[in-house]
Design a protein around this ligand. Structure first.
Ligand code: G6P
Length: 372
């Protein structure tokens, strides 16, 4: 009903705007008086978690992209090899898992059949399973060894938004927790990262406060039927995939996400005069990542692409190649998905609205897919 939407036209839009709170709620109470990250729900002993020699993340849809972000963070922080796989592929290919494997499963609903089958298979092989889930008492957390709940509140829009963002947050927390108990990172470093995480709700709010130009772009682009491309590198790559997925799900546009560095190995052939391309630019830092993405933008611009560039505020290197610039608040590379995904969600929501689609109930899709 209108009352439940609290003045928003769609649940999805309401949920996009709830993200600062959803992220803050998911972070609540994770830091103890003893100066440690606490994840009380993870009832697997530290001894056992120290023995883990491989992590496998399984999920579907947006949750899978959250898992891709997690892989970058978890390997960086813990130095434990981490794979991420689509739940529907994992189950049927005889994956190598054993009691030393930690399986992390991510599911907003906790009822997705592909994901459930994947964890049943993992547990048959005696792997330990931690679920990241937004729904209390759902089947997937019940069938897991432990669960970290995201505190996004009910998500009604079929296309995941606050569900996705809080999954990413829960993955960061789990990664840092594993780093802590495995002694890879100590007190100050973890505290600094938790502090930075705690600064993210305000940054997400700032992105939302400045969303109008993104809406204007969406309304303009609703008039043509061009395919839309999304590029990113490192954790910006799953953000690009998620941006494309939102557009497919609710705007029914042909949209594709690419790893920016892979473009030259094929996909650049489809870029032509006027092709809209969103590019997620990593923060300027010590590594060369930022400059590599800037040169990727140059390449596509030279072939006539219309570039919509998401870059850190104050990033002057990109402005020359951006037909439109969307500024993102400053943060470290690994945490950037929390701000970079938001304009892409809002863009899809507004474009689908302008096209007259039912944003909350897109054709052919279900909120939770309980068949394999
Ligand atoms: C469905 C939804 C997607 C969602 C996926 C995984 O396909 O339409 O938005 O990302 O399921 O859902 P889950 O509840 O397991 O996170």
């Amino acid at each position: 009903s209108a009352a439940e939407k609290q003045g928003y036209d769609w649940f999805m839009r309401k949920e996009i705007f709830e993200q600062p709170k959803a992220v803050a709620d998911t972070l609540l109470g994770r830091w103890s008086d003893r100066g440690e990250l606490v994840l009380d729900e993870v009832r697997i002993s530290p001894e056992e978690l120290r023995r883990i020699n491989k992590i496998v993340i399984v999920a579907c849809g947006s949750a899978f992209y959250a898992g891709m972000v997690a892989k970058y963070a978890i390997e960086h922080w813990t130095r434990v090899a981490c794979e991420v796989e689509l739940a529907s592929e994992f189950r049927y290919r005889d994956p190598i898992i054993d009691p030393m494997t930690l399986v992390i499963t991510i599911s907003q609903s906790g009822e997705t059949a592909d994901t459930l089958m994947a964890i049943r298979h993992a547990r048959e092989q005696h792997a330990r399973v931690i679920a990241i889930c937004n729904t209390n008492g759902a089947t997937i957390p019940r069938e897991s060894d432990a669960v970290i709940y995201t505190h996004a509140g009910p998500e009604i829009g079929v296309a995941s938004t606050k569900g996705f963002l809080t999954q990413v947050v829960a993955c960061y927390l789990l990664g840092l927790y594993l780093a802590q108990i495995r002694g890879m990172k100590y007190g100050d470093e973890i505290r600094a990262l938790v502090d930075e995480l705690e600064s993210m709700p305000d940054k997400i709010q700032r992105v939302l406060d400045g969303i109008e130009p993104v809406y204007e772009l969406a309304r303009k682009m609703a008039r043509d039927e061009d395919a839309v491309f999304f590029l990113g590198r490192h954790v910006g790559y799953p953000v690009a995939l998620e941006g494309a997925l939102k557009l497919k799900e609710i705007a029914y546009l042909h949209a594709e996400g690419f790893a920016a560095g892979e473009l030259k190995h094929g996909a650049i052939a489809v870029v032509e005069e006027g092709t809209p391309v969103f590019v997620v630019v990593p923060p300027e830092g010590r590594d060369q990542l930022h400059d590599k993405v800037v040169s990727n933008i140059e390449e596509i611009r030279a072939r006539g692409a219309r570039t919509i560039v998401l870059a850190e505020e104050g990033d002057t290197a990109v402005s020359a190649f951006a037909d439109m610039l969307i500024s993102l608040p400053r943060c470290s590379t690994l945490l950037q998905p929390l701000v970079a995904a938001v304009p892409l969600q809002a863009f899809a929501c507004e474009l689908a609205t302008a096209k007259g689609h039912d944003v909350d109930q897109p054709r052919n899709l279900a909120k939770s897919v309980t068949v394999e």
